[in-house]
Design a protein around this ligand. Sequence first.
Ligand SMILES: *Cc1c(COP(=O)(O)O)cnc(C)c1O
Length: 231
Amino acid sequence: MPSIAHNLELILGRIRSAAERAGRDPAAIRLVAVSKTHPAESVREASDAGHRAFGESKVQEAASKIALLPTALEWHFIGHLQTNKIRRALPLFQLFHGVDNSGLAGQMDRIAGECGAFPRVLLEVNVSGEGTKFGFTPDALKSAIGPLLELPRVRVAGLMTMAPYSDDPESARPFFAALRRLRDELELQTGTPLPELSMGMSGDFEAAVAEGSTIVRVGSAIFGERAPRGA
Ligand SMILES: *Cc1c(COP(=O)(O)O)cnc(C)c1O
């Protein structure tokens, strides 16, 4: 079985090549290694190989791993945050990728005020209108963005999306391109930079890099297949 260190090196190489093919600086793309369902020892293997940024989708699972691992690691929340987990989650994560409604952002802002935190978030967009039910529609986000940028605590750093599942990575490209164009429109509309585009997973990260991704979230191609949830 290939090692985690070897897989990381391969993925970083593929990100670099995809960036170069697109005429982009490879340093402009960050790899979040999605460690959900995998044990802390797997994260340690990646961290020993020099990797720093990890993604988790459950607060409790992340908290247990974070407690066992070096403090220098950076943690990304990539799941759907339940409002009763916000207080627990705020000190654990450097970036929240899946903020998919204004109510959640408002609650995060209020609780961040009580905790003295300034959470960085990405707004999740459902660009395809299919598959996942999560995320702002592009039109809903155009209406919601103004007040979201005025929240005193929450810092909106950009957008995140998931392309519908497909065997053909190229089929994801139009969705990634649509997220980038929406970002450009929102920047014009609001006059606020939204530099981060979190898009691309194991099956489609090269297409995402070609369309301007700044953060790819890669799990199974690094850590191996996940056991089904609840197994
Ligand atoms: C699980 C997950 C990933 C990683 O998926 P892989 O296909 O294993 O790379 C990326 N993003 C989100 C939001 C996820 O839930």
